[in-house]
Design a protein around this ligand. Sequence first.
Ligand SMILES: *Cc1c(COP(=O)(O)O)cnc(C)c1O
Length: 383
Amino acid sequence: MTVMLDEIVSFIREVHGVSDGVVPLHAPTFSGREREYLLDCIDSTFVSSVGRYVDRFEKMVAEYTGANYAVATVNGTAAFHIALLLAGVQPQDEVITQAVSFVATANAISYCGAEPVFLDSDQDTLGLAPEALAAFLDQNAEQRTDGQTYNTLTGKRIAACVPMHVFGHPVRIEAIKSICKQYHIPLVEDAAESLGSFYHGQHTGTFGNLGILSFNGNKIITTGGGGMILTSNNDLARRAKHLTTTAKVDHPWEYEHDRIGYNYRMPNINAALGCAQIEQLKEKLSRKRTLAERYKLFFQEKGIPFVAEPAGCRSNYWLNAIVLENRKQRDRFLKATNDNGVITRPLWKLLPELPMYRHCWSDSLENAQWLQERIANLPSSVV
Ligand SMILES: *Cc1c(COP(=O)(O)O)cnc(C)c1O
């Protein structure tokens, strides 16, 4: 194993062209018109909440994803907060999500005053298992005369279901969507990691009532910080824009605001970066696919399973991952790589294991736990 670990470290260094020094988990790359667009913002003084790059970036994202509307925000978490509010999530509600996710998923649910319910993942997609969702609703949900679905264990309304496409690999979104439809539960997709990922030819984040993307520095393209709300509903899009821009009512000079809004609009300077980045998305996706192919071949030869895109799906391969034999092997791998300047990471701690979510309801989380003990992420920058 030690010999193999040395070999793994050298292979990763070779693939990333870093002979010494740190190989990061995911570093941004800027090889397009970033400088030009940023200078244009500075020269024009439009660096903040008004400017043509925001509109342009929104159009480009809408066009690429096939969503009718895209509304840019300061980050993915803010996008998600607004998407949940627009889906109708209110204080005291419950929102179904997966235990395998980044903390922001559960945090945005909490910002609405609602509580997450954590369900299990599929072992292959890593995301919400339709069987777990169906089982939970079958056992615990009742539809009342108001047309809403309630949790019989708690008496609380189930206001939304939030699957997340882990590392860019699409979840079984069609199955999840049809279960949500059956129970009249709004579907909001956390597609923060999956720009460029498609399920049966349709872009992730466009299946639900709303979806969100993130353009944080570690995502496939970055705006420094940024996010996007996707929807195909004109009214939701209009309200998303309104809520993210302090709920200001259009007027030539009056400060008119018609409700408590949020200052969540993406600044022009961030959108400028986004425009330059999305122009390179195709190239980045193709390079990431090549990297994933190389990892896959290498690790398969070593008898270590590589997490590949689910059948019928196209993944952006945002973060590459392998499945080690057990927790001990995983920890040996993490130690050997990180000690040698090759940054690797385990799966996130399961959300209901974090102190602020420990009291929340979860199912057996059998697969989630299995994955938690075995998954390791590999350096995945565009090379
Ligand atoms: C990155 C990420 C977010 C949050 O995006 P930010 O832009 O960092 O706020 C939300 N959910 C998931 C799953 C993410 O990976």
